[in-house]
Design a protein around this ligand. Structure first.
Ligand code: C2E
Ligand code: MG
Ligand code: MG
Length: 650
C-alpha cells in the first residue's frame, strides 16, 4: 500500500502558497507568472499522483483509467524542471541569449519532448510502465529521470554563471529545488511506498517564494512603483546581459527645500502624485516602461530596446507636466525638474557609472527646464575615475604620484607675495590629470581623504620648516581641509603632531575650511577647530559666497581670513553684485577679518578689488598653481632674491 499522506500535505501547502501569491500581488511580470505556473503544475501533478495511487491501492482493473492517471502524473510532474529552468532564465533576463535561434530552442525542449513522446506512446509500446498487473516500471522507465537531468544541470550552471545577479539568499533558494528533488528521488527509489516527490517540490516552491519572490523588496508601498533595489537589480542585469535600454531619469532638484517647507507627510503625498503622473504618461504612450521611485525625489522610466522615440516623448511630456503642475492637494508647488535621457549601454557604459551619475546630476548642472541628453551632461572619464578611485588612490600613494602645487597669494598693502595656497595634484598613468574637484569628493566618499590630507600637510610642513621658506619672505601657507577631514576625531592631534615633528610654528600655517564645513555644528568638528585654534593656528573660510552659510556658526568660528569665491569676481559687472560686494567687504573688515579674493585673472579685476580694499589677491593673473621648485623660483624672482643652480637661495 502506498501512502498519499505526503501528497495530501503538499496539496494543502500548495493551496496556501497560491493564495499567498495572489494576496501579495505577485502575479505581474514574467518571473511571477512562471512561478504561478509552477504552483499550478505542482497542484495538477500531485492530484494525478493521488488519483493514480488511489486506483492502485483499490486494485482497479480499468486499464484506461490507470494509464490516464499514471501517464498524466508523469507527464505533468516531469515538466516541472523544464518550467523551473524557464523561471531561472527569466530571473536573469537572458531570454534573448537562449532563444536566439531555433536550434537552441529545439535543444532546450528536446529532453522533455522525448519524455512526453515516450509517455504518450507507452500504452502501445509498454516501454515505460505497465498497469495490467499492477503498476510496474518497465525497461525505459529510467529515461524519465535521465531526461530531467539536463535541466537540473543547466539550472545549477546557470545560477553559478549569473551569481553576480543574485545574493546568497537567492542562490540558496534556487538551489533548493535541485537538492530537495534529488533527495526525494533517492527516497522514492529506496522506499517505493513513500511518495515524497510532490512534497519536495512544494517545499522548494515555498523556499523560492520566501527567498526570491519578495514584492516587499521591489515595490515601494507609498508610490506603488518599483524601488531603488529593483532598479539596481534590473539595471545590473541589463548591463550584464548587454541589453539596450532608454532611461528617462528624473531628479526633482528642489526636493530638499520642498521637504523642509512642507514636511514629510505632505511630501509623501506629492511624490505619490508625481508617480501617478509618470504612470499616466506611460499609459498614454503605451510605453510599457518599467517605473521606479528611487528615493529623495528621484524617478526613472526604463524603456527596453534601442528605439528611443517613446522615451523621448515621455521625457518631454513629463518635463512639461512637471513645470506646469503647480496645484497639488490645495498647494501651489513649483518643481525644479531635471530630466536626463540616457541610452544604455551606448551613452552610459556601466552600471556603477549609471548609479553614480543618477545620484546627483541635478546638483552639477544648471537648471534649464529642458530635457537633457546624457551626452551633454555625462562625462565618462569623470565616472571612470570615480568608479576606480580606490585603485587610483592606492596606485598614487604607492608610486608617490601625489604632488603639492602652490599658488602665490599677493598682499596689496605690502605689495609682495606673502603666502600661497597648497593644492593637490595627481597625474594618473591611465586617466591623465585628475582635477582635485573630482578627486577630493571621491576620496571623501572612499575615506582615502585622510591619507591624502596627511600627505599634503606633511609636504607643506617639510617646506615651511626648511630654510628656503624663511628666506623667501613668506608668512604662511594655506592648506585646504575637507569636511570629512574636519569631522575626523584625530584631525587636531595628527596636525599638531606633524607640526611638532617638523618644528613648524603655528603662525606659518593657515587652514582653509569651506562654508559647508562651517555650517555643520558637529561636535567633533567644533572640538577639532577649537583645539587647533588654541594651539595658535588660524583659519580661512574658503569659497565664501557659494554655499548657504549658517552666519551664526561662521561668526563663532575662529576665522582670521575670508576668501571671496571666484563667482563674485565673475559677476562684478552686475551692479547689484557690486553693491553686495562693497557691503560684504565692509562688514568683514568691521569684523576685523582679512579678505582674499580668489580667481583674479586680469589687471582690471585686480584693480577693482584693490579699490574695494581687499587685502590679498590670488589668481591666474599672478600665477597658476605651480610645483614647489617653480614656486620657489617665482617668489625669488619677484622678490629679487638670487638662487644658485640647485635652487637654493644664495
Ligand atoms: P579652492 O580651495 O577654492 O582652490 C582654488 C581653486 O581655484 C584651485 O583649483 C585653483 O587652481 C583655482 N584657481 C585659482 N585661481 C584661479 C583663476 O584665476 N581662475 C580660475 N578659473 N581658477 C583659479 P584646483 O586646484 O583645481 O582645486 C579645486 C578645489 O579642490 C579647491 O578649491 C579645493 O576645494 C580642493 N582641493 C585642492 N587641493 C586640496 C587638498 O589638498 N585638500 C583638500 N581637502 N581639498 C583640496
Ligand atoms: Mg582653498
Ligand atoms: Mg576657494
Amino acid at each position: 500500500m502506498k501512502s498519499v499522506a505526503f501528497d495530501a500535505a503538499a496539496l494543502i501547502m500548495l493551496a496556501v502558497l497560491f493564495v499567498t501569491v495572489i494576496i501579495r500581488k505577485m502575479t505581474k511580470g514574467t518571473s511571477n507568472r512562471l512561478f504561478l505556473l509552477q504552483i499550478v503544475i505542482a497542484v495538477f501533478s500531485t492530484s494525478f499522483d493521488i488519483f493514480a495511487v488511489a486506483l492502485d491501492n483499490y486494485n482497479s482493473r480499468n486499464v484506461f483509467l490507470l494509464n490516464f492517471a499514471h501517464t498524466g502524473y508523469l507527464m505533468i510532474h516531469n515538466i516541472h524542471p523544464f518550467v523551473h529552468m524557464l523561471f531561472v532564465i527569466s530571473l536573469t533576463d537572458t531570454w534573448h541569449k537562449i532563444f536566439r535561434n531555433q536550434a537552441k530552442i529545439i535543444l532546450f525542449a528536446l529532453p522533455y519532448a522525448v519524455d512526453f513522446i515516450l509517455l504518450a506512446i507507452n500504452p502501445f509500446t509498454h516501454l515505460m510502465f505497465t498497469v495490467e498487473n499492477g503498476y510496474t516500471h518497465e525497461v525505459l522507465f529510467h529515461t524519465l529521470y535521465a531526461c530531467i537531468v539536463p535541466y537540473i544541470i543547466m539550472n545549477v550552471v546557470y545560477v553559478i554563471r549569473y551569481r553576480v545577479l543574485f545574493n546568497r539568499r537567492k542562490i540558496f533558494s534556487l538551489f533548493s529545488m535541485t537538492v530537495l528533488s534529488f533527495i526525494a528521488v533517492l527516497v522514492h527509489l529506496f522506499i517505493q511506498e513513500l511518495l515524497v516527490e510532490s512534497f519536495a517540490i512544494t517545499m522548494s516552491l515555498f523556499i523560492v517564494s520566501a527567498g526570491v519572490l519578495r514584492p516587499e523588496d521591489y515595490i515601494d508601498s507609498f508610490t506603488g512603483l518599483y524601488k531603488h533595489s529593483a532598479y539596481a537589480y534590473d539595471m545590473k542585469r541589463s548591463f550584464y546581459n548587454d541589453k539596450h535600454v532608454n532611461i528617462v531619469m528624473l531628479n526633482i532638484g528642489n526636493y530638499n527645500t520642498l521637504t523642509s517647507m512642507l514636511g514629510y507627510d505632505m511630501m509623501t503625498d506629492i511624490l505619490h502624485q508625481v508617480s501617478l503622473m509618470i504612470d499616466d504618461v506611460n499609459k498614454r504612450l503605451h510605453g510599457h516602461a518599467d517605473l521606479y521611485f528611487l528615493d529623495r525625489g528621484r524617478f526613472r522610466m526604463v524603456f527596453s530596446g534601442r528605439n528611443r522615440n517613446k522615451a523621448e516623448t515621455a521625457a518631454s511630456m513629463l518635463m512639461n507636466e512637471l513645470k506646469m503642475r503647480s496645484h497639488i492637494n490645495g498647494l501651489d508647488i513649483n518643481f525644479t525638474p531635471y530630466i536626463v535621457l540616457a541610452r544604455c549601454p551606448e551613452e552610459i557604459e556601466s552600471f556603477q557609472s549609471l548609479m553614480a551619475f543618477g545620484q546627483d546630476f541635478h546638483e552639477k548642472t544648471h537648471y534649464s527646464g529642458q530635457v537633457m541628453q546624457a551626452t551633454e551632461v555625462y562625462d565618462p572619464n569623470e565616472f571612470a575615475i570615480q568608479n576606480n578611485i580606490d585603485k587610483i588612490i592606492e596606485r598614487a600613494l604607492e608610486g608617490n604620484k601625489f604632488e603639492v602645487y602652490y599658488q602665490p597669494i599677493y598682499s596689496i598693502s605690502s605689495e609682495r607675495f606673502v603666502s600661497a595656497e597648497a593644492l593637490l595634484r595627481l597625474f594618473d598613468e591611465e586617466h591623465g590629470f585628475i582635477s582635485p574637484e573630482i578627486l577630493v569628493p571621491a576620496a571623501e566618499k572612499s575615506g582615502a581623504i585622510h591619507k591624502i590630507g596627511e600627505f599634503v600637510f606633511e609636504e607643506v610642513c617639510k617646506f615651511v620648516s626648511g630654510n628656503e621658506f624663511k628666506k623667501l619672505g613668506l608668512d604662511y601657507i594655506e592648506v585646504n581641509l575637507s569636511v570629512a577631514q574636519c569631522m575626523h576625531g584625530d584631525l587636531a592631534d595628527k596636525i599638531l603632531s606633524v607640526m611638532h615633528q617638523y618644528n613648524v610654528s603655528p603662525d606659518s600655517i593657515n587652514l582653509e575650511i569651506t562654508e559647508t564645513a562651517a555650517s555643520f555644528s558637529q561636535r567633533v568638528m567644533t572640538e577639532n577647530l577649537n583645539k587647533l585654534s588654541r594651539a595658535g593656528l588660524s583659519f580661512s573660510l574658503d569659497d565664501y559666497g557659494t554655499g548657504y552659510s549658517n552666519m551664526k556658526r561662521v561668526i563663532q568660528l575662529p576665522l582670521k581670513i575670508v576668501k571671496l569665491d571666484k563667482s563674485f569676481v565673475d559677476e562684478q559687472h552686475n551692479p547689484k553684485m557690486w553693491i553686495f560686494l562693497q557691503n560684504t567687504v565692509k562688514m568683514l573688515k568691521d569684523m576685523k577679518m582679512e579678505i582674499v579674493v580668489e580667481g583674479i585673472e586680469t589687471k582690471e579685476m585686480l584693480e577693482a578689488f584693490a579699490n574695494l580694499k581687499c587685502d590679498f589677491i590670488q589668481g591666474y593673473f599672478f600665477s597658476r598653481p605651480i610645483c614647489k621648485s617653480e614656486f620657489i623660483e617665482f617668489i625669488a624672482s619677484s622678490a629679487g632674491i638670487a638662487l644658485d643652480s640647485e635652487q637654493t637661495i644664495i
